[in-house]
Design a protein around this ligand. Structure first.
Ligand SMILES: Nc1ncnc2c1ncn2[C@@H]1O[C@H](COP(=O)(O)OP(=O)(O)OP(=O)(O)O)[C@@H](O)[C@H]1O
Ligand SMILES: [Mg+2]
Length: 359
């Protein structure tokens, strides 16, 4: 799946939504406690896990530092978690930084030159690094060497500096934005996919156990089904459902409790929230399913164009509820079904009324 152009970005209003995929303040505070600590505990992503396991085992057997690893995938799928697991599996310390934190090549040189042998350097949002830092990174990754520039102008000299072997783990939500020379320097690239509901069910069960919350199989399935394929959202919904279960019931989570709690938060059975539904409803009820232009649709729901396009649409497209066509936005048959509406002309005289007799 190509999620490059559909991923929520951290600075859209999506960050504040219950079903937004970027980490909010509360997530940041509680996520550390819920992170799996080794590959065995990491749920789902079978292929990635199997491949990474081989890469790490082989490196350990050789007594060598593991190859550089690139983790790409939408927010909340487990990139930061995996980077920590890589360090843990290698028995190596980990240094954490991010592309936006490295504005000058000198910042990167300082970090690189202080690494210990075998250390894991986790570079989050690697696609947001500055150009000069990126070029320094090429050499560091390939030859474990950097040129430190001393002085300015014609008198400036490059002093080569040897680095100890280290493992770079880069993470990006936008693999497509990485320059090929950078991408090519990773020995292993893991593409993280959205999770299956069954996998999210296991995530919910595991987190509930860690949070000491009682939950049955149906309760976990109900939360998993509304979590948009994303463990971070599953954990967040679990916390809100836990609150509800504590206040309104005996604390244990069942299907009914989970359904009632998430109805309060306006997260529906497929994980659509108020905004998603408003967009879909306008498209169906006001424009008969489209095609309709983005601007018109945005006006109809009283939102900015960008909000509709970047916050609501990516998930609606991914779910197969809405299509972006050259003539405008179009609802799919699944959209009509999901909202319990009948498309005009389908099994009716075209008056938009439900077909009560199934003719
Ligand atoms: N495979 C998994 N099994 C269990 N829990 C997971 C898994 N993947 C992610 N999680 C949970 O989801 C939360 C978010 O994961 P993480 O922070 O690693 O995502 P990310 O890909 O780094 O997101 P971002 O792009 O926003 O940085 C964590 O609390 C973690 O516990
Ligand atoms: Mg992360």
């Amino acid at each position: 799946m190509n999620w490059d152009d559909t991923a929520d970005t951290g600075d859209t209003p999506a960050a504040e939504r219950l079903v937004g995929s970027a980490a909010d303040r509360e997530d940041q505070a509680v996520e550390a406690a819920l992170r799996p600590k080794d590959l065995g505990e990491f749920i789902g992503q079978e292929k990635v896990r199997e491949q990474l396991d081989l890469v790490l085992r082989a490196a350990r057997a050789r007594g060598a530092t593991a190859d550089h690893v690139l983790l790409s995938g939408a927010p909340g799928l487990g990139k930061t978690t995996l980077s920590m697991i890589i360090a843990a599996e290698m028995g190596a310390p980990i240094r954490i930084t991010s592309g936006p934190a490295i504005q000058h090549a000198g910042d990167l040189a300082a970090i690189l030159s202080s690494l210990q042998e075998g250390e894991v350097l986790f570079l989050d949002e690697i696609h947001r690094m500055s150009r000069p830092a990126e070029e320094m990174l090429y050499m560091a990754m390939e030859d474990f060497r950097v040129d430190v520039i001393v002085g300015k102008g014609p008198g400036a000299t490059a002093i080569p500096l040897e680095l100890p072997p280290f493992t770079l783990v880069g993470a990006t939500t936008r693999a497509g934005l990485l320059p090929p020379p950078l991408r090519d320097r990773f020995g292993f690239t893991a593409h993280m996919e959205f999770y299956e509901p069954r996998e999210l069910e296991r995530v919910v069960h595991r987190s509930a156990q860690l949070l000491d919350v009682g939950i049955d199989t149906d309760g976990a399935a109900e939360i998993a089904g509304r979590s948009r394929g994303t463990p971070r959202i599953a954990n967040r919904l679990l916390r809100r459902v836990r609150d509800y279960a504590q206040v309104k019931a005996d604390g244990a989570i069942t299907r009914d409790i989970a359904g009632a709690a998430l109805a309060v938060y306006e997260v529906d059975a497929r994980g659509l929230d108020r905004l998603d539904r408003a967009v879909l409803e306008a498209l169906l009820k006001l424009f008969a399913g489209g095609p309709v232009g983005l601007s018109t649709l945005a006006v109809a729901v009283g939102e900015e164009r960008e909000t509709v396009e970047e916050v609501a649409e990516p998930f609606l497209v991914r779910e197969g509820l809405l299509a972006r066509t050259p003539r405008g936005r179009v609802a799919t048959p699944a959209a009509w079904t999901h909202l319990g509406l009948t498309p005009p002309g389908a099994g009716t005289a075209g008056n938009g009324q439900p077909d009560l007799f199934g003719t």
